[in-house]
Design a protein around this ligand. Structure first.
Ligand SMILES: [Zn+2]
Length: 127
């Protein structure tokens, strides 16, 4: 259970992905070349040429929603973060549903009100 999780977060458009690295294949990865660490040196004791290892660059991805570069950041408490992420998604979903219900209720109210007013007018005309 020592899986590493990463968060990809786009500060430009708020796109977010939490991944264990399996599903990054479907993202557009930006190719990065390792950075060489200076010129090769000679080891004074062993009299050998030492080539310092190039620093591997962090992987970079293109945000699927706006195209900006996003760098994955390791998550310290994956489960906690994932739970919170899902909670957030759920509450946003619920909010949207409520807003929809709210809008439907308002529509219904307007309809009923209109019908009532029309009936009142008709009554007035009859009287
Ligand atoms: Zn973006």
């Amino acid at each position: 259970m020592n899986k590493k999780f990463y968060q990809l977060y786009c500060e430009i458009c708020n796109w977010k992905l939490i991944t264990d690295g399996i599903d990054v294949d479907k993202l557009h990865e930006i190719k990065t070349a390792p950075i060489p660490q200076g010129a090769p040196k000679i080891d004074p004791i062993e009299k050998k040429v030492v080539v310092s290892k190039p620093i591997k660059q962090k992987r970079k991805f293109r945000c699927p929603s706006c195209g900006r570069v996003v760098t994955p950041k390791p998550i310290k408490n994956p489960q906690e973060t994932i739970d919170r992420f899902h909670e957030q998604l759920e509450s946003e979903q619920r909010k949207k549903e409520w807003e929809k219900l709210d809008a439907e209720a308002k529509d219904k109210y307007e309809q009923v009100k209109e019908e009532y007013e029309r009936e009142q007018k008709q009554k007035d005309q009859i009287d």
